[in-house]
Design a protein around this ligand. Structure first.
Ligand code: ADP
Ligand code: MG
Ligand code: ZN
Length: 457
């Protein structure tokens, strides 16, 4: 293709704190409108913001995980603009001195540079209904981190992988649930297109209102196509902010992009500079959790296939469950197999699955019985051991008992027996199957095979 796309991303992440960034109102998802408000987050005159330490810790964790340089001293600034959901008439944000800058993150082997990570406050939420716009101030003042990349992404797929990687990372860090559908993670890609071989970047347009991974993918794809059309017909792309129309799957112009100077940034006079001491940063570094890439490497070292390690890294809930079970089985590959292939959404208590895995390994029950028991444990919430006792599902390995079953199978199929004894060895499998049936699937297949072979002499 003659053209290539260049994409940079801006992410907004709602931080999981108890209270808002500059006041003590609760952060609560789904609360009745305008329940969690006070003079500070309503932007009343004469009130003073007080910075939430927890939010600073979270933002610092994000900056560290993204390999950023850390600004030990940063100023908050006022970004001025008028909007009904911004009662103060300005947003408090970090401008010249973000908490983190010049970082990077590996996305499937590709290094994506991070330009900045900064703290800012969320605006209120506008809800459109019929002819009215309602404003819910619960959201006003919730802490956000904004993460901005350099334009290092080159396709919609890249952008999707980037966002998914970030989503997993944020959840590991415990700083956000990062659910796009709930607006806890919002991404605004900047998209431009240039002729292949051209050094200068094309004019970019920003897409807003992408509320899912699917929209992100489609929105970027659509915009790349649009820009290629404009350029190939000799036109010029104009700088703009676009809104994704999810129903029609098209972008619509929202406004011509404001220039930096339109915001009249200036230092926030009501907040002192934010100073991060060496000790504070050290403490945060020390308490960083295991990161996704570290976890994946560790799981592989412990004997998991890369594919399984990947699933148990990306799916945090399943991964944590796996950790619990494996601590009781000490058999990573076997445990991974059960946790990945035998469980859908419902996870039984870890000790129950561990009991089943151990019982199969010890030969107490067959693998198939194990799977059946697992189903019952999940459906009925009974302990595995109890189900085994009730149903008499323990595996039969007793040679005498099995020999009797083999003889019974021979009696039932005299013709096949004849052929087997005259050398048709493939019938061993047939008789193993018959014995398994006769035993109600409880016979140990290894012992059955050995008994048949012994009897063949
Ligand atoms: P602003 O401060 O005006 O928002 P930034 O320089 O911070 O602009 O860039 C915003 C985002 O746009 C960043 O993610 C950046 O990587 C991306 N970007 C900048 N130039 C381009 C371009 N020509 N094409 C695509 N993305 C770009
Ligand atoms: Mg910006
Ligand atoms: Zn408040």
């Amino acid at each position: 293709m003659e053209f290539e796309a260049v994409i940079g991303m801006e992410l907004h992440v709602q931080l999981k704190t108890e209270t808002k960034l500059f006041c003590s109102c609760r952060v609560e998802f789904g609360a009745p409108p305008n329940k969690n408000v006070c003079p500070v987050c309503l932007g009343m005159p004469g009130v003073l913001p007080v910075l939430n330490k927890k939010a600073v810790e979270h933002a610092l964790r994000v900056a560290i995980a993204l390999n950023c340089r850390i600004n030990r001293e940063s100023l908050f600034a006022r970004k001025n603009y008028f909007y009904p959901d911004l009662p103060k008439g300005y947003q408090i944000t970090q401008y010249t001195t973000p908490i983190g800058w010049n970082g990077w993150i590996d996305v499937n082997g590709k290094k994506i540079r991070i330009k900045r990570v900064h703290l800012e406050e969320e605006s209120a939420k506008t809800v459109l209904e019929g002819d009215y716009a309602y404003i819910d101030f619960n959201r006003a003042g919730i802490p956000l981190v904004e993460i901005v990349t350099e334009p290092d992404l080159t396709s919609p797929g890249d952008a999707v992988q980037f966002v998914k990687t970030l989503q997993t990372l944020l959840r590991y860090l415990g700083v956000s649930d990062a659910d796009m559908e709930k607006g806890q993670l919002r991404c605004e890609p900047n998209v431009s297109v240039r002729r292949r071989g051209e050094e200068k970047l094309g004019t970019r347009r920003e897409i807003k209102n992408l509320n899912s991974i699917r929209s992100l993918e489609r929105g970027i794809r659509y915009e790349i196509d649009q820009q290629i059309k404009i350029l190939s017909s000799g036109g010029e792309v104009e700088r703009a902010t676009l809104l994704w129309d999810e129903k029609e799957e098209v972008t619509r112009p929202m406004r011509m992009k404001e220039e930096e100077e339109d915001y009249r940034y200036f230092p926030e006079p009501d907040l002192p500079p934010l100073l991060l001491t060496e000790d504070f940063i050290k403490e945060i570094r020390k308490t960083m959790p295991e990161l996704p890439h570290e976890r994946k490497e560790r799981l592989i070292k412990e004997g998991l296939r890369e594919y399984d390690a990947d699933i148990l890294t990306r799916d945090l809930e399943r991964g944590r469950y796996y950790d619990e079970v494996v601590s009781l089985t000490s058999d990573p590959p076997e445990t991974a197999k059960w946790v990945i292939t035998e469980l859908k959404e419902k996870f039984p208590p870890a000790r129950e699955l561990a009991w089943i895995i151990n019982a199969v390994k010890e030969g107490k029950i067959t693998r198939n019985a194990g799977k059946e028991i697992l189903k019952e444990v999940i459906e009925k919430g009974k302990p595995a051991e109890e189900i085994v006792k009730e149903k008499g599902m323990t595996q039969v390995s007793d040679e005498e008992e099995i020999r009797k079953l083999v003889e019974q199978a021979f009696e039932m199929h005299p013709e096949e027996k004849e052929r087997l004894f005259s050398g048709e060895r493939k019938l061993v499998g047939f008789f193993i199957g018959e014995v398994m049936k006769l035993s109600g699937r409880r016979a140990n297949p290894g012992v059955v095979k050995r008994m048949i072979e012994e009897m063949l002499g």
